[in-house]
Ligand binder design. Structure first.
Ligand SMILES: [Zn+2]
Length: 391
């Protein structure tokens, strides 16, 4: 099962959904869609290689000695593979220690070290997230799809790869699919249907240890038991932060210090023309995917961040959900834009930001492992792919 990573999401406004895959509970936490933005995926690696390459080149240049050029390979440290390798110099910072309920801050190092060589396994193993990990690297390490990790760990990741933090313990399936915790009253055929597979796919998966003659409608599977659903898939159930409009007033006062509680505000509407919020126009982190409804743009700390269009600032400052210093602009024409992890915020609640005006500087605040701008574009409540709208 390989799902389309870049496919735009059909995204309705997301709402809390009671799903049971991988043990998701009905009482899902406070509005979580934090950023644990990571240098990730191939772009992350390219960013890292570029940064490492620049540092090495500078070093070699200044030493003026070919002797040191043999150090170059040591400067370019592959990030993929072990998941615990240090990031290249300048490319990423250590994870900020952001306490989150249920997540240990200690960084365990060797839980799943035996798995890499295994040609074939049937058992579900666990993996403890390391500093510098990102979804794609973990998936690659265990030769499964990133979606499988999300489908197997809803209680930890809430379908949001940016919630990945060191110390989290993840289930790693031996095959692509869903890890499902059996509920009282479940039937095998309905569970199979829920995840788009045949009943036999579940029964005959050896790791499930089910009898071939099991009663499909009333199987003697204890509630709480975990089953691998090979090839299974489901919709993502990611939390989204609420959309803020300038007419909303105090709607989002729970978001943190930056919440605007003095609204509603008035101000000019957007021009309808977009400009890039960063000088760079490339992604260095997560792309827009079905489970990441924004793009992570490359910035260095201190780089100017610009309003993508004219609008009224409806959030300005610290955000407690992992976005760090956050600015949200309501463009008044159905559009909002979101700028996260800023180093500095230069605007205030109710201010009008002109098209292209500097609203702050790039940074790595909040749940972030390195400087980048997490940028979202929202149209009538739907997070769309910014690449389809930016010039
Ligand atoms: Zn992001």
């Amino acid at each position: 099962m390989r799902m389309e990573h870049r496919a735009p999401v059909k995204s309705e406004p997301q709402k809390p959904a009671a799903i049971t895959a991988s043990g998701a509970s009905q009482n899902i936490q406070p509005p979580l869609n934090p950023e644990t933005a990571r240098l990730s995926g191939k772009w992350g690696r390219i960013c890292a290689y570029l940064a490492a390459g620049c540092i090495v080149a500078t070093f070699v240049f200044y030493t003026g000695s070919a002797v040191y050029s043999r150090l170059a390979p040591a400067g370019i440290i592959p990030i993929e593979g072990t998941g615990s390798t240090d990031s290249p110099p300048g490319a990423a910072r250590p994870l900020p220690e952001i306490p989150r309920p249920g997540v240990g801050l200690s960084i365990a190092r060797d839980i799943a070290s035996h798995t890499e060589e295994d040609e074939f396994r049937l058992d579900v193993i666990t993996y403890t997230v390391q500093a510098g990990d990102y979804l794609f690297a973990i998936a690659e390490k265990f030769q499964i799809e990133p979606e499988t990790i999300l489908f197997s760990n809803y209680t930890v990741l809430k379908d949001n790869p940016e919630l990945l933090l060191p110390g989290q313990v993840l289930f790693i399936l031996p095959v692509d699919g869903v890890y499902y915790q059996w509920q009282a009253g479940d039937r095998l055929d309905t569970v199979a249907g829920t995840f788009g597979v045949e009943t036999e796919d579940i029964i005959f998966w050896p790791g499930n240890n089910l009898s071939p003659t099991i009663d499909v409608q009333n199987p003697p599977i204890p509630a709480g038991a975990w089953l691998v659903i090979p090839g299974g898939h489901r919709e993502f159930q990611q939390w989204e932060m609420p959309v803020i409009r300038k007419t909303d007033g105090a709607k989002w006062a729970i978001g943190g210090e930056g919440a605007c509680s003095t609204g509603p505000y008035s101000g000019p509407a957007g021009t309808g023309y977009w400009t890039w919020p960063t000088a760079s126009k490339w992604v260095c982190g997560y792309e827009y995917t079905a489970y990441h409804h924004g793009i992570d743009l490359y910035v260095a700390i201190g780089d100017p961040i610009r309003a993508a269009d004219r609008g009224v600032v409806v959030y300005a400052g610290w955000n407690v959900w992992g976005y760090g210093n956050l600015v949200v602009i309501d463009h008044g024409n159905g559009w909002q834009t979101v700028y996260a992890h800023l180093d500095r915020v230069d605007v205030g609640c109710g201010w009008t930001a002109q098209w292209g005006e500097v609203i702050g500087t790039g940074g790595t605040t909040g749940n972030s492992t390195g400087p980048h701008l997490h940028f979202e574009m929202i149209y009538n409540g739907v997070r769309v792919n910014p690449h389809e709208y930016l010039p």
